[in-house]
Structure formats: structure tokens, C-alpha cells
Design a protein around this ligand. Structure first.
Ligand SMILES: [Zn+2]
Ligand SMILES: [Zn+2]
Length: 286
């Protein structure tokens, strides 16, 4: 899982390296000690640039296999289509033996695939996630289709005479009832998915998303799926010391225009600020 460094390996990639960048790449508010914990960029941007070149050269993310075994779903074309781009990240690490290397992550799933060789796994149990999705998604999708069918029937109704409810009123009522049922079912499903995440820190403590997010505050969709938490989780579980982190966007510009191809971004505020506080707590000093 640990990839060899691509930068000049004559010098260790730690704080003593002349090109070590102290800019904060990841920051979180710790739910336990109330402090803000941070992780610097270090030499991770240089390692990201090597990864970008490798991606461009291969045109796919399954870099661990030769061309003949390449999975077409893992082609980079996916990032330039309707799905648009996504985030990638690199964590430079030191092993307990004093050697160095990098971990790589893509955010969330890549084209509905959680696990790709050479990339760190997600924070949840993939089989348990599949079970929740298989249980809930068919019903949620069916209700979505029924709502759309009702919309068509409502649109086709003749406009009522003045003072009359019209035949659409009953359909409107049915639609409202169905929409509410679907909303509650989706919320329950999301709750069951959030319950699958186990977030580990460098003190060896595991927390759930419900422990980390203040009671009563909703947990944003996709929390725990960004590159920073995936990379830190793997490092914490495998006793690797993080020395630097960088995350970049790759692919078609995000709809809002907030993310652009090849640009670096610090850890996000909405999802990662709470979770990284827990994850970075007790991290050994680089
Ligand atoms: Zn994030
Ligand atoms: Zn702390």
C-alpha cells in the first residue's frame, strides 16, 4: 500500500527537508480536548504532481495492473463526463522502521467502486454498506418513480372550475404522503450508513460519526469519504507517522466552479473539520 517516494530520497521528507512546506493542509476542531489540530503540507504536493503525471500517462486509476487487466470503469474518462471530477490525495509517511513512503486516496467511491488496489480503503465495512444499500435503495427508487408518475398525472388533470377542488387535489395529497415516506426512509438509510463508520485516531481511540458530531447537528452526506480521513485512518491503523498531506481535484470542473482540474485544496470545513479534530488528536510529531 505504501508507494515509494518519487522526490529526492537522499534527504528524509520531514520538517528538516529544505523544501518542507509548513502550510496547513488539514485542520480539525478536536471534540475531546477542544484544540484545533493541524497537519502540514510538507512534501505532499510534489508527490501529488508525480501522481498526476502517472494518471495522465496511464489514463486510468488502476495503476497496480497492466493495461490488459485494466477495468474500463476505472478509466479517467469517467472524471470528464457527467459525474465530473473528484478529489485525490497523498499522505507522506514514516514507518516504524524509519523508512518513508506515500499513501494514495480518491474521495468516496470511484464510479461506484470503493476498493481499488494501491489506494487506501474507505472508513466503513464495504460488505455492510452493500447490505444497507441492497435493503433500502430499491424501495427509495420505487417511491421516486411513483412520485414522478403522480407528477405526470397531476399535470394531465384539467384545471378545476372556480370554487372546486378538482381531481388533482387527491393526487396532490397522495404525492405529499409519498414524498414524506420517502424522505424518512432516506434519512433512516443515511443514519444506518453513518453508523458503519469507525474513525480511528493516533491514540488508538475509535469513535463513531455520532460521537464526533455534536448532538442535534446533522452529519453531512459523504462525511468520512474525503481523502484526508481515508489516508489518516490507514496511517493510524498501520502505525505510520504522517509527515505531509495534499489533496487535489482532477477532472471536469465542479458544477459550482469551486473545484478546478489540477488545483490543490485544503481539507473541507463542512465534513472534515469535525472529523479531523478527532483523527489528528494525539498524532506523533513529525
Ligand atoms: Zn472533506
Ligand atoms: Zn485533541
Amino acid at each position: 500500500m505504501l508507494h515509494p517516494l518519487t522526490i529526492d530520497t537522499a534527504l528524509p521528507p520531514d520538517t528538516c527537508h529544505p523544501e518542507y512546506d509548513p502550510t496547513v493542509a488539514a485542520v480539525g476542531l478536536c471534540p475531546w480536548c477542544g484544540a484545533e489540530h493541524t497537519l502540514a503540507t510538507g512534501l505532499a504536493r510534489a508527490e501529488c504532481r508525480s501522481l498526476m503525471q502517472e494518471l495522465e500517462r496511464n489514463g486510468r486509476i488502476d495503476l497496480a495492473v497492466t493495461e490488459e487487466y485494466a477495468d474500463p470503469r476505472l478509466s479517467l474518462d469517467y472524471l470528464h463526463g457527467v459525474a465530473r471530477g473528484q478529489m485525490f490525495g497523498v499522505l507522506v509517511c514514516r514507518t516504524q522502521q524509519g523508512t518513508y513512503g506515500t499513501l494514495r486516496a480518491f474521495s468516496a467511491q470511484y464510479n461506484r467502486i470503493w476498493h481499488v488496489d494501491g489506494w487506501v480503503p474507505p472508513l466503513l465495512d464495504i460488505a455492510a454498506f452493500d447490505t444497507v444499500v441492497a435493503k433500502d435503495d430499491p424501495d427509495i427508487n420505487r417511491m421516486g418513480r411513483e412520485i414522478r408518475a403522480l407528477d405526470e398525472r397531476i399535470a394531465a388533470c384539467p384545471s378545476p372550475a372556480p370554487g372546486e377542488d378538482g381531481p388533482a387535489a387527491a393526487l396532490q395529497e397522495e404525492r405529499a404522503r409519498l414524498t414524506e415516506t420517502r424522505r424518512l426512509r432516506s434519512r433512516q438509510s443515511m443514519h444506518d450508513i453513518h453508523a458503519l463508520y469507525r474513525v480511528r485516531n493516533f491514540k488508538g481511540d475509535s469513535a463513531s460519526l455520532f460521537d464526533i458530531f455534536p448532538a442535534g447537528r446533522g452529519i453531512p452526506t459523504g462525511t468520512g469519504d474525503c481523502c484526508a480521513p481515508k489516508l489518516l485512518q490507514y496511517a493510524a491503523l498501520h502505525h505510520l507517522t504522517p509527515l505531509g498531506l495534499a489533496e487535489f481535484y482532477w477532472g471536469r470542473e465542479s458544477r459550482s466552479g469551486a473545484r478546478r482540474h489540477g488545483q490543490f485544496y485544503p481539507s473541507c470545513q463542512e465534513k472534515c473539520y469535525p472529523i479531523l479534530g478527532h483523527m489528528l488528536c494525539g498524532m506523533p510529531h513529525p
